[in-house]
Design a protein around this ligand. Structure first.
Ligand code: FES
Length: 366
């Protein structure tokens, strides 16, 4: 690992532990890398426990156990128990399709604090077509009811795109019926397999406007009872989002094989070497690695970002999106109307007004 001198950096708030890329679903917007990590390369239990301890020592407050589907790891309970032992708040991000009462009880006994349960749609046929798993919707509904019966905090997540965006109002009502404290309506992000299917997934301006109106109406209906988070598609904005709260400022991801990444799509950036937690302590990586310092702060920014009054609000947007759309991770995010590559976003928006092409399905290879 190349080490660079840098001032002491505030610790990350959250660690995303991508325990595995194995997943029973095969969603066409999956943001995991095009080449999934093989099971044999996954970090073992001892390594994950060491990473959790190092994260707590660094000042991390929350760990999100994610994937793929983290429930396929048989050591999940042991990892949750360790997270509790080192005072990390633990969140399980799951599709819920493999959850059983016994497994849920074991996770709660180990100290699990919260579950984020994903749904692909309200309608079973549509949801199961997108997720690629017949019978998944009934299992997810059962999982939600088990979680609430156990009085565990529940967030329900819907990924929204052209095929299901008309159902946003019904999605929020389903989340309320299931007893969720929070529902996330998150438009698809276009990384990994999601980028392959962007023209089939990006909603039109009229679809987005209707969805936003449905969210605003639901916020009034559910005020004080259920929080509604709404993530709109970047492409329809004129200013970029502060992706990950700024590169290497608030979050650290650990890939299944142990690479430390400032975001889940960072591995797409060519020429960057991401350090492994197999070889380096997390604190050393966070403070000193070249990769984490590459786009931290504002010094790296191109002229149009450095002269912008919003540079410490949006942090230049998303590096992976700049790579995907401009071919250069160090360019301004093309979502920004000041970007010389903004035309590429406008072209994608024009495509969203045309009939959608067929979805291309991921074939899981392992
Ligand atoms: Fe990598 Fe936004 S997803 S910086």
């Amino acid at each position: 690992m190349t080490v660079v001198a840098a001032p002491v950096i505030a610790p990350p708030m959250s660690l995303l532990a991508e325990l595995t890329h194995r997943c029973p679903l095969a969603c066409p917007y999956c943001s995991n890398p095009l080449e999934l990590e093989h099971t044999a390369r996954e970090l073992d239990t001892a390594a994950w426990k060491r990473v959790l301890s190092e994260a707590a020592d660094l000042g991390v407050l929350q760990v999100h156990f994610s994937g793929g589907e983290p429930m396929v790891r048989r050591d999940l309970e042991e990892l949750v128990r360790h997270a509790r032992a080192v005072d990390l708040y633990s969140n399980l991000i799951t599709s819920g399709v493999t959850l059983t009462e016994g497994r849920l009880a074991a996770l709660i006994e180990a100290g699990l604090d919260h579950v984020q349960l994903s749904f692909q749609d309200v309608d079973a046929d549509s949801a199961e077509r997108i997720g690629g798993l017949r019978g998944a919707q009934a299992r997810k509904l059962a999982a939600a009811r088990m979680i609430r019966a156990a009085d565990l905090a529940l967030t329900v997540n819907f990924v929204v795109h052209r095929e299901n965006v008309a159902n946003v109002g019904a999605m929020i009502e389903l989340a309320a019926e299931l007893g969720a404290r929070r529902v996330e309506i998150a438009h698809t992000q276009y990384y990994g397999w999601g980028l392959v299917n962007r023209d089939a997934l990006l909603p039109s301006a009229a679809q987005l406007e209707a969805a936003t109106a449905a969210v605003e109406a639901a916020r009034l209906r559910h005020a004080g009872r259920m929080a509604i988070d709404y993530v709109t598609p970047d492409y329809h904005a004129t200013q970029p989002k502060p992706c990950m709260g700024g590169w290497a400022q608030r979050f650290v991801n650990i890939s299944p094989s142990g690479l430390a990444l400032p975001c889940h799509a960072a591995e797409t950036i060519p020429g960057m070497l991401f350090p492994s937690v197999r070889e380096h302590a997390l604190g050393e990586i966070w403070q000193h690695s070249e990769a984490f310092n590459r786009f931290r702060g504002t010094d790296w920014m191109p002229a149009e970002c450095r002269s912008c009054a919003l540079k410490e609000r949006d942090w230049g947007g998303c590096r992976c999106q700049a790579l995907a759309l401009a071919g250069d991770a160090a360019a301004a995010d093309p979502v920004c109307e000041r970007s010389p590559h903004h035309q590429r976003v406008l072209a994608a928006l024009a495509a969203s007004e045309a009939p959608a092409p067929e979805l291309v399905w991921r074939v899981n290879r392992r």
